[in-house]
Design a protein around this ligand. Sequence first.
Ligand SMILES: Cc1cc2nc3c(=O)[nH]c(=O)nc-3n(C[C@H](O)[C@H](O)[C@H](O)COP(=O)(O)OP(=O)(O)OC[C@H]3O[C@@H](n4cnc5c(N)ncnc54)[C@H](O)[C@@H]3O)c2cc1C
Length: 449
Amino acid sequence: MALPDRNKPGVVIIGCGFGGLEAARALRNAPVEITLVDKTNHHLFQPLLYQVATAGLSAPAIAAPVRHLFRKQANVTTLLGEVTAIDTEARRVMLDDGPALPYDHLIVAAGATHSYFGRDDWAPFAPGLKTLDDAFEIRRRILLAFEAAEKEPDSALRAAWLTFIVVGGGPTGVEMAGTMAEIARHTLPGEFRHIDPASARILLLEGGSRVLQAMPPDLSQRAKEQLEKLGVEVRLDSRVVAIDAGTVKVQAGVAGAPTTPQTIDTRCVIWAAGVAASPLGRLLAQQVPGTATDRAGRIAVEPDLTLPGHPEINVIGDLAAAKSYPPHGEPQPVPGVSPAAKQMGRAAAANKRRGGGPHGPGGPLQVQRLLRVAVLAFRAHLLPDRFPQPHRGVDRLGFGVLEQTALRAGGDGYRRCAPLARGCCHVSICAIDEASTRAVCGRRAVDDG
Ligand SMILES: Cc1cc2nc3c(=O)[nH]c(=O)nc-3n(C[C@H](O)[C@H](O)[C@H](O)COP(=O)(O)OP(=O)(O)OC[C@H]3O[C@@H](n4cnc5c(N)ncnc54)[C@H](O)[C@@H]3O)c2cc1C
């Protein structure tokens, strides 16, 4: 394989998620040769993964081939490969398959994966949702559970097939549970002869005292009520203590006063409870003295997103435990959301362009407006007075209306949106800025950036 022109500084970017994609694009006119390496061949719009997992969208609606995205950017070479090691002394990135990639500047944007809090043995019984493959697996399990129930003569076993458990009441868990309830209550009825899909139990188990803990308490309460209205059993203060092929054991009660675990028979469990940074984080931290990782394995980066003593290495996105340094006030932790990853990608590229990296330090990260918005909207339950007839176009329009409202409303956008979304069918969460508003609205924006 011919490697890129070494007469120009070489930038290797690991990962073409939100952060890596944005960094590569922001360097489009820079005099550098970029090698963009990802272990998948597509950029994935993760916020809508749950729609693929619940058969609402097809894969191409949320995934775009990396090679295609960069076909017109001549300074980018795209490689498919998994990075297995980084040699920070020799400045080389090692792939599972293929030659080592030398770099002058490295941007690590490998993101995060799910964590089972030390119980990786649960993974086969309770898949998490992070990749397209995860979404296909979850979709398969959900749809096959209804099919198995239709054939099952034994009522207890039939009930187990029709019991769906989502573990974790964060945004992904809330979205999954809400959409599954919608499928069971609204999409499937009438399609089976021996079961009533609407009788399916959908349980959302949350270890804490409320769902959507990152949102204000009133919105958590509202989301819980919406879920219950849809027929989801929301159990708070309920910790999962065991999962196997046919059961989930759950212990209710607040810390210090646990109750006897209850066993629930189920054939379909979805894990939405924990996030862990890419293993590349710990790998880098081991090599670079003075670099720390947090409990989730995210790297504590310098204010300009570099590693201590390594101005040529930026770590961005979900892999970075970064802080934003506003002109006034205390530094704030940057949340693990797509607009933040994109802004970090732009910041890393800007540092590089204005002399950061091998030639000197860059400026501190200043995350711009990150609006947290409850984006609620599927089917025509959104704004029912304005859109009485359910049809597909309403979904898009609904998103647009809410996002525009949120943007106009400034930092308090989510509060203005929540009443608007009253009566909507399920709840999903999206943190948006102006750039990602376009992305949320559809594939074209993902393509066009
Ligand atoms: C189900 C789900 C729903 C979400 N919903 C929202 C939402 O509504 N709003 C919001 O703002 N955020 C949401 N997020 C979070 C958002 O997607 C992340 O914050 C964002 O993707 C982080 O971007 P990133 O570039 O750091 O990592 P990612 O987008 O995860 O990209 C990492 C890339 O690195 C590649 N990679 C990883 N390891 C290697 C390796 N060793 N070698 C080569 N390539 C590698 C991966 O294949 C991937 O392409 C959601 C996330 C999930 C999983």
